[in-house]
Design a protein around this ligand. Sequence first.
Ligand code: FAD
Length: 356
Amino acid sequence: MHPIPEAALTLISSEALTPYSGMIPGLIAGHYAFKDCHIDLMKLCQWAGIRFVCSEVHAINPCDKQVYCDQHPPLRYDFLSINVGSQPALHQIQGAAAHGHPVKPIKRFFQDWRHWFESIHRLSYSPRIVVIGGGAAGIEILLAMHYAMHRTISMQSNFTLVCADQQVLNSHNKQVQDFFDHHLQSLGIAIIHGKRVVSINERQIMLNDLTLLNYDFAVWCIHAAAPPWLRESGIQCDEKGFVRVDQYLRSISHPDIFATGDAASFVPVPLPKAGVYAVRQGPVLVRNIAALLENQPLSPYRPQRHYLSIITAGDRYAVASRGSFFAKGKWVWYWKNMIDRSFMARFNPKLPGGSQ
Ligand SMILES: Cc1cc2nc3c(=O)[nH]c(=O)nc-3n(C[C@H](O)[C@H](O)[C@H](O)COP(=O)(O)OP(=O)(O)OC[C@H]3O[C@@H](n4cnc5c(N)ncnc54)[C@H](O)[C@@H]3O)c2cc1C
């Protein structure tokens, strides 16, 4: 909307239709259509006069200032911004790279779920679904799958949540935790607290106390990991492999590289991996790239201390959580729906000639 004069901008993304994670539980539950929760990057770039490269980056050489993509010649940059997000950290769990479905990349997860969901009527027994990870994403995905299963095909199923902490939603207030504890139990969903998955094969999950769980569909919603090529590129990263950035969102080792969102490790203060930070960093990133090109001083990014989370409960019902604030009800879901839909509308520009 505010082009930087004489700057040629290129967006590289592995997907042309990029998902908005906040609406994905609603897509699984059937409240949204696919196009409601995906941004058409090709169209957005066409509208903004930006070159779009649909390819997966697998390496960066910060000395030669080159980005290496799959099936595409290397791309040279003067300034680079890394915003590749995160994925569940599966590397320390035996068998996890081959079994179960990581919630990210969302595209693959959604395809796997749809495929499995459409085939379960062939099963002669109640399917067993295990979600690993008791944070907001795990709970929302579990409740959305449960809702889809019970309301659309009214099939008997067994759901289990494995949560490494003693309590679900560890970073939320007690009222939020109690609500979801009771809600999950009232739906007959088993919760295993304080246990970690140590290995998985094609049929069974093993916990750290050697308990075995049989499963038909398992979902990984555990803590986030960075793509390994970030550290391998020689850019300074934290112990988990995320790019260490200063108060200006600039790499502490390479001043011509920025990083934001889940891919960044904000050195001034640790931040949770949440979309609200990624979104709020956007305007600061734009300002700072423009300032660098124009030899102007950079602006610091000042993260908020608390942020509002709205956690959906499968049906059109949700819980709001911010610090010690707690609210629940259908109205909370409709409130989130309004926030999400108006957020998505900002990325659906009208192209000249009236085509949408
Ligand atoms: C089910 C679920 C629900 C969530 N709900 C919320 C919520 O309600 N509120 C909230 O604050 N947070 C929520 N989160 C967390 C949120 O998804 C992340 O914090 C947020 O998406 C981070 O934004 P990002 O731009 O850094 O990364 P992402 O949104 O993950 O975007 C990364 C982009 O980079 C692309 N990409 C990745 N790797 C490459 C590569 N190698 N080459 C090229 N392109 C690449 C991807 O295709 C994607 O388009 C949720 C997460 C999940 C899983």
